[in-house]
Design a protein around this ligand. Structure first.
Ligand SMILES: Nc1ncnc2c1ncn2[C@@H]1O[C@H](COP(=O)(O)OP(=O)(O)OP(=O)(O)O)[C@@H](O)[C@H]1O
Ligand SMILES: [Mg+2]
Length: 411
């Protein structure tokens, strides 16, 4: 199984990595909770890969994707003739995951009538395929995931309390991207490198205003949304600088942020001003587009506190720059070291790798991005406050310089 890189070094994400580290080697059930796209499945894979079961295939099943009528047989298997169309005996996912890990995705969608059977299998460690009277012993570690409020479902009696407690032995909550302060830049760089390589492109740097817009976006679809956005941006890019369609973000932000009439006014005027590149008067200006006299628009802008900000929505403030302050561009390539001078300087980062994923560089904290060419200026590229090589858990970290050699430069 290819283990995806887990990128991030924000305090909240590092807490998750610590939890992965703690729970992976023991066989406890894990319940992953988080909004869509926060990485529940990749975290489940990381736990499996760091466990003693890693030699065997990780098995996943999405409880929401399989019709309820088929789910029972998918999970527990069936005997020949168990139901119309069951022409052969078939083993279920529990048997397939014997001595391995079974990932029960979207567990909140497990039909109520199947819940007692799942509980029985988990407690008794044996499955009874449909249509038979055999009991087959299974040794399965279960990791379940949901983006629903499972405890709320227990209160509403749509999810069984006994099953909830059985699954919720070790809960891990994945923070939404908007709460993972400092993680967007390394994720962006990671995805730019990944998709540029895949598409055979050479993208040297990410303009500062692009990074600021990405950082200030709300990302309701979390990492999946960011990843797809960057993939699209790489398709659209023809030169050395990443050129995404920032207007897409603005439109989404606009609709997400509209709450009051003033918000709606602000959002609509800001969007129009951006379309006209903040030209207010004249035939193609925002006032004409909005059907307002120029002076009325100016008065409204003053009332709403609108002033030009090309990168982000009027209602949001971009995150603070690091020590280097505002700068033009942020190189992601060895080829543009000259751009270091006055570059965007994010919070310092440090590489961090989850120890027991032997051989796999799991948590690439995107160390060194944009701050210095390989082997130099190590401290600039460290995660503030995170563990350094040898500080704790000696031997667990990859050294910043070797990391940089291996991971930072796309080419
Ligand atoms: N920390 C991370 N670093 C890099 N990529 C990540 C990280 N977390 C998630 N991703 C990527 O984001 C995408 C979404 O992740 P995943 O499918 O695990 O999310 P999810 O929480 O299961 O979403 P959903 O609830 O919609 O099923 C995947 O392509 C995954 O590789
Ligand atoms: Mg998922």
């Amino acid at each position: 199984m290819a283990i995806p890189d887990l990128i991030g070094c924000s305090p909240k994400f590092r807490a998750v990595l610590d939890e992965i580290d703690m729970v992976a080697p023991v066989d406890s059930a894990v319940l992953l909770h988080g909004e869509t796209g926060t990485g529940k499945e990749v975290v489940a894979q990381a736990i499996h890969a760091a466990s003693t079961r890693r030699q065997r295939q990780f098995v996943a099943i999405n409880c929401a994707a399989i019709p309820a009528s088929l789910l029972e047989s998918e999970l527990f298997g069936h005997e020949r003739g168990a139901f119309t169309g069951a022409v052969t005996q078939r083993e279920g996912r529990f048997q397939a995951a014997d001595r391995s890990t079974l990932f029960l995705d979207e567990i909140g969608d497990l039909p109520l009538e199947l819940q007692p059977k799942l509980l029985r299998v988990l407690q008794e460690r044996q499955v009874e395929p449909l249509g038979g009277n055999r009991s087959i012993p299974v040794d399965v570690r279960v990791i379940a995931a949901t983006n629903r409020d499972l405890w709320g479902m227990v209160q509403e009696r749509t999810f069984r309390a006994d099953l909830y407690y059985r699954l919720n032995v070790f809960p891990i909550t994945l923070p939404p991207l908007r709460e993972r302060e400092g993680d967007i830049p390394p994720l962006v760089i990671h995805f730019v490198r990944k998709f540029a390589e895949r598409q055979g492109k050479v993208i040297d740097y990410i303009p500062d205003e692009v990074m600021e817009a990405l950082k200030s976006h709300h990302w309701p679809g979390n990492i999946r949304e960011l990843q797809n956005f960057i993939e699209r941006a790489v398709v659209l890019t023809t030169g050395a600088a990443l050129r995404p369609r920032l207007a897409e973000l603005r439109m989404q932000t606009t609709s997400a942020e509209v709450r009051t009439m003033a918000d709606a006014e602000r959002a609509h005027i800001t969007a129009t001003l951006r379309e006209t590149n903040w030209v207010v008067g004249g035939r193609g200006g925002a006032a004409a587009r909005l059907g307002l006299p120029r002076t009325t628009l100016i008065a409204m802008m003053q009332r709403l506190g609108l002033s030009r900000d090309p990168a982000v929505s009027g209602a949001r403030q971009p995150a603070q720059h690091g020590a280097a302050g505002h700068a033009a561009n942020w190189p992601v390539s060895r080829k543009s070291p000259e751009k270091q001078e006055g570059n965007y300087s994010p919070a310092p980062l440090e590489p961090w790798t989850t120890a027991n994923l032997e051989g796999h560089l799991v948590n690439v904290a995107a160390a060194g991005y944009g701050s210095s060419p390989a082997g130099t200026g190590g401290n600039q590229s460290r995660c503030a406050g995170s563990r350094g090589a040898g500080e704790t858990n000696p031997g667990r970290m990859v050294s910043p310089s070797s990391f940089r050699e291996e991971r930072i430069y796309v080419r």
